[in-house]
Design a protein around this ligand. Sequence first.
Ligand SMILES: [Zn+2]
Length: 255
Amino acid sequence: MRLLAAPARLLQNPPVRWSILILLCAAACARAQATVAVDVGHFIEEPGATSARGRPELDFNRELAGEIESAARSRGLGTLLIGADGFASRLTQRTAAAAGADFFLSVHHDSVQPHFLETWEYDRVERLFSDRYSGFSLFVSRKSAFVRPSLACASAIGEAMRRAGFSPSLYHADPIPGENKPFADRRNGVHYYDNLIVLKTARTPAVLLEAGVIVNRDEETRMLLAETRRRIAAAVAQGLDRCLPRKNVGPGPTE
Ligand SMILES: [Zn+2]
């Protein structure tokens, strides 16, 4: 009895009681928030597309993913940043790192089909570019077990991107080899890309974002601006905040 009496006396002490309550609340709140795994597309050995000025896509992805993580956190979402060190060369590493998250967002920047690329000289080096297309696109897989919630979030992100002044690229639906990715939600720039491994194997709803076309010379210039990253990240976080199930009962952030 004496063993139980000591903790009971402690609970009568107001500072101790509040500390315990805060600790319990912190644990409950952490469980109540939806957590987004923000995946940095590509890795050092295979850094993805090369921009019109020769910058690897991985560098764009890493910067934007970090910004999306901050924006999501500021909206009260939990986050996991995956692949930021550039060493996540295996898909299994990424999905394992995302275990425990409620949503998987893979962050990429876009190129075009090789036959559209032209050459120009930048900084005395011949580079490949195409100013033919610009804009963002979003992808979901119909082979995912979570296609409906994936599509709901892709549409919400696309809508928030449009409201922030960005336009969907739309060219991935073109009936040409390498594209042919049908629209899932044309207005919001969402396509089906059924065999994209990271989407069909994710253990949660999953969306791949192509934030902009970095082989386009003007779009690359825009994507290099911190202000553009901030606006994209804010829109993505707003979309996620809208589509993810709200598990907590507290008041959400204002728009
Ligand atoms: Zn990519």
